[in-house]
Design a protein around this ligand. Structure first.
Ligand SMILES: Nc1ncnc2c1ncn2[C@@H]1O[C@H](COP(=O)(O)OP(=O)(O)OP(=O)(O)O)[C@@H](O)[C@H]1O
Ligand SMILES: C[C@@](O)(CCOP(=O)(O)O)CC(=O)O
Length: 489
């Protein structure tokens, strides 16, 4: 029986501007956090329980109950000396989960280094048997099959009727993901939950978040075998922000080291005092009266190959790419600046602000400039124009690099969304392709219904709405008892 438990959750992400550019520290990406979250629950039991595995200082049982064949067992065999043995006892039977395994191996090594020998021995006794449960909100995975199995239509109401943490009926390998960043949210939630149960860092304070961020970035990069921009892990920690990446050099030595040596290097890397973790996080969430809606487009693109093609083109055509990157960045930054200006208009006179949004809600964005002129109208019109330029330049990037960043089918869908009264902008998130679309609209049932109706009648592709909204909460401790009924299956 478990003697204690903790739970930590982390949000999903939507990259609104800065796809590809954010890989370069010269440019920023604008990412929003979602209220779709990943939860990691860690329960502990002392070694004297009957299930204790002989010879192991800590045995960790991990369960992802939404999937078939998603149970892994790990054993840490030497308790105090570094390097330890850390074995995946289920690698043969069920296959590896590189993200979960890396997080356990590195977070335990980090915790051991941070605690005194006595405190670590106490924790080892307390946590000799660890039971980890990983849960992702339904939006992280396509629920199309679940709706079909239950004879339900593809609609928000039907999606909302599904049980929380709905079983996917699939293995993790075969599941259709929606692009909200499952691996980053899972990695971050699990890192933070382990740090919390070992009393090394708390997710609700700034220092705890900094440590969780650094460790989750290191784990995520190692598990995925490459250093991406890191915006997905950063938003799993901090939710929405304008993100400038860290210099990848900080991870070079660590990623090239053997797993044994990584256990020795981990503390210095995570606690780095030289400010080599130099990513910049400038908090952002949508201004009052604006709402994010998203849909999964059931065609699917392979992001890593799109990224490598775009980067290869950039390398082969440095001058043209540089000009395009600079131009696109100027429009990306303009979108951010204008969104921030809406806050200022709201703060200056919230009644006029709301009244203007009400007027705009009745017209397509292209016609807003026909309304009596005001600061708010001007800013809203400029946002839609700046974002049209972002889309145009992303399409150009795609044409030049031979990559469908905004494929023609998506262009038709986005143009149809943009033509709906009250829609401020409509685009492809992140790397683009055929995976998903997002819209930012003037909040209101009528606008949301018009979008839902367009998506449900779109015949060129299967467009499935997601239920998630934008949310400002990054990692946070949860009451594990609230999650308990979902985990007892
Ligand atoms: N519920 C879960 N439990 C355990 N591991 C999970 C879970 N969800 C995802 N993972 C891990 O994350 C991996 C998927 O990571 P990958 O980098 O391929 O996708 P992603 O880019 O995060 O996808 P998306 O952004 O579409 O969510 C899975 O193979 C698995 O190792
Ligand atoms: C293309 C890129 O800039 C964004 C990929 O974003 P997404 O995973 O498609 O949301 C890659 C990255 O930043 O790691």
């Amino acid at each position: 029986m478990a003697t204690s438990a903790v739970a930590v959750s982390a949000p999903g992400k939507v990259l609104i501007t800065g796809g590809y550019l954010v890989l370069d520290p010269a440019y920023r990406g604008l990412v929003l956090g979602t209220d779709a979250r990943f939860y990691a629950i860690v329960r502990a039991a002392p070694a004297s329980t009957p299930t204790s595995q002989s010879g192991a200082a800590i045995t960790v049982h991990v369960d992802a109950p939404q999937f078939t064949g998603a149970r892994w067992t790990y054993a840490l065999t030497a308790s105090e000396d570094i390097p330890w043995r850390f074995d995946d006892l289920t690698a043969q039977a069920v296959g590896r989960n590189p993200f979960v395994q890396t997080v356990l191996r590195l977070t335990l090594a980090y915790a051991a280094r941070q605690l005194s020998a006595t405190a670590w021995r106490q924790k080892l006794a307390e946590y000799a048997q660890m039971h980890v449960t990983i849960l992702g909100d339904n939006d992280f995975y396509s629920q199309r099959q679940q709706l079909a199995t239950r004879g339900l239509p593809v609609s928000r109401d039907a999606l909302a009727s599904l049980p929380r943490f709905c079983a996917t009926g699939s293995s993790l390998r075969d599941v259709h993901k929606t692009g909200l960043g499952s691996s980053a949210a899972l990695t971050t939630a699990l890192v933070a939950a382990l740090l919390l149960c070992f009393d090394v860092a708390h997710p609700d304070n700034p220092d705890g978040r900094r440590i969780a961020h650094n460790l989750a970035q290191a784990c995520h990069c190692y598990a995925q075998g490459k250093v991406g921009s890191g915006f997905d892990v950063s938003s799993a920690v901090f939710a929405g922000h304008a993100y400038r990446r860290f210099a990848p050099a900080i991870l070079s030595e660590f990623l090239a080291a053997s797993e044994d040596d990584q256990q020795t290097l981990i503390s210095t890397l995570i606690n780095d005092q030289d400010r080599r973790w130099n990513s910049v996080v400038d908090a952002f969430h949508l201004p009052p009266g604006l709402t994010l809606v998203m849909a999964d487009v059931d065609a699917g693109s392979h992001t890593p190959s799109m990224v490598s093609k775009v980067l290869a083109w950039r390398k082969a055509h440095p001058e043209a790419a540089d000009a395009l990157w600079k131009d696109l960045n100027a429009h990306n930054e303009h979108v951010l600046e204008l969104l921030r200006a809406l806050y200022a208009h709201h703060d200056a006179d919230s009644a006029t602000y709301q009244a203007t949004l009400d007027a705009c809600r009745a017209l397509p964005a292209e016609e807003w400039s026909t309304l009596p002129s005001s600061n708010v109208i001007h800013t809203l019109s400029e946002i839609q124009a700046a974002f049209q330029n972002v889309r145009m330049l992303l399409r150009r990037m795609g044409e030049l690099a031979g990559v469908p960043v905004e494929p023609v089918g998506q262009t038709r869908l986005l143009d149809a969304c943009q033509a709906i009264p009250g829609v401020v902008m409509a685009g492809v998130p992140g790397a683009g392709g055929d995976d998903a679309v997002f819209c930012i609209l003037l909040s209101g049932d009528k606008v949301e219904q018009a979008i839902a109706s367009l998506w449900s009648t779109w015949t060129e592709a299967r467009v499935t709405p997601l239920l998630c909204a934008e949310a400002a909460d990054g990692i946070r401790a949860e009451d594990w008892k609230q999650l308990e009924p979902s985990t007892s299956q």
